[in-house]
Ligand binder design. Structure first.
Ligand SMILES: [Zn+2]
Ligand SMILES: [Zn+2]
Length: 353
């Protein structure tokens, strides 16, 4: 099969790789149809690491994916060959204290698709996964939509952790795919008022298109001042989706006393700091958001029922052969890209390029 290997910094090569085989009775062989390029993939592409997770190239990245079941092990129930599935890229052990406490996303022995040293990623024609990772999607759902179930599930998880209530005011700092998924999830969950920011003009525009009450660019004006003019007592919730020191500081300024900061973004640095006295005086709560927990099925339901449309997020499509071009586009924030989707296999390959 063909797979896109990260062979060095900013270098992706399409190479032949052995097709993965079913090894256990609960394994499922999936033909990958679509893969979304995630900010975390781009971190590895540009920097070769996220914190302690260091790429040992060549390696296959990719975890926002959907496909079609090809073959199933003897004990697999609920999916059969031909079934289209959205994939939860996390394989939890099922035995540790976290798994037993209903927190597989913080499983102590977890393995994640496309994560260095864990599982080979989905930028490949085929993948073998345990059946727990395969969620059937309706025939009406496109492969791209099914691949976007993963980032949307993170938005749903962040929204659930925030305990968002109707009438809440919120700021979402960072309007990339995850920030926008948080917006969509919050709007679907409750009647709320969201202010958003981003440095990329197209993302600022998209935020309002998708329902933010206001969006602005911190390089073109004082966004904190503008939001606080509209909400003089501060906002109830801030979702930090940029992973920047600057946005964390803005969050602390924007929140009302007793408010909650949700850290969703992944910083490129190893340490961040807070204006600690303001944090303390306002008695702010800080919650970190790691991946998602039990939000894949709700995300599928939100998309298939039409309550959420993820289509506007999918601004660019590439065949597997052009994975590197997709990564360059996303890493350079070029051409107004929000989510680049790679079409893998027959469904996506161009006749000849
Ligand atoms: Zn991702
Ligand atoms: Zn576990």
């Amino acid at each position: 099969m063909k797979a896109a290997f990260l062979t060095g910094l900013r270098d992706i090569e399409i190479r032949d790789a052995p097709e993965p085989q079913l090894t256990g009775p609960r394994d499922v062989l999936v033909r990958i149809d679509a893969v979304g390029v995630c900010g975390s993939d781009v971190h590895y592409y540009k920097m070769g690491r996220i914190g302690e997770a260091v790429v040992n190239s060549p390696t296959v990245m990719g975890h926002e994916c959907a496909g079609t079941v090809q073959q199933v092990g003897a004990e697999v129930r609920g999916v059969q060959p031909g079934q289209r599935v959205a994939i939860d890229p996390l394989v939890a052990c099922g035995h540790c204290d976290q798994c037993r406490a209903g927190r597989p996303h913080t499983c102590r022995n977890q393995r994640f698709l496309g994560q260095p040293g864990e599982l080979s990623g989905s930028l490949a024609e085929f993948l073998v996964l345990p059946q727990e990772c395969c969620y059937p999607v309706p025939e009406t759902m496109t492969a791209g939509q099914a691949a976007l179930v993963e980032p949307l599930s993170i938005g749903v998880h962040a929204q659930r952790l925030s305990q968002l209530e109707a009438g809440a005011t919120l700021a979402i700092l960072g309007s990339g795919p995850i920030g926008l998924c948080v917006l969509l999830a919050c709007h679907a969950a409750a009647d709320c008022k969201a202010y958003m920011t981003d440095l990329v003009p197209e993302r600022v525009k998209m935020a309002v298109q998708l329902g933010a009450v206001w969006s602005g660019n911190p390089r073109q004006g004082d966004v904190v001042k503008t939001i606080l003019e509209a909400e003089p007592s501060g906002v109830d919730l801030v979702f930090e989706c940029a992973g920047q020191q600057e946005t964390l500081e803005q969050a602390v300024e924007l929140l009302k006393p007793g408010g909650t900061l949700l850290i969703v973004g992944i910083p490129e640095v190893d340490e961040i700091s807070f204006p600690v006295h303001m944090l303390r005086r306002k008695e702010l709560a800080i919650k970190n958001v790691r991946r998602q927990n039990h939000c894949v099925a709700p995300a599928i339901q939100l998309i298939s029922s039409g309550r959420i449309s993820v289509d506007p997020l999918m601004t660019h499509h590439f065949p597997l052969e052009e994975t590197q071009a997709a990564f360059d586009l996303v890493s350079g924030y070029q051409d107004g890209v929000i989510k680049a989707v790679i079409q893998v296999g027959e469904s996506g390959s161009k006749p000849d390029a």
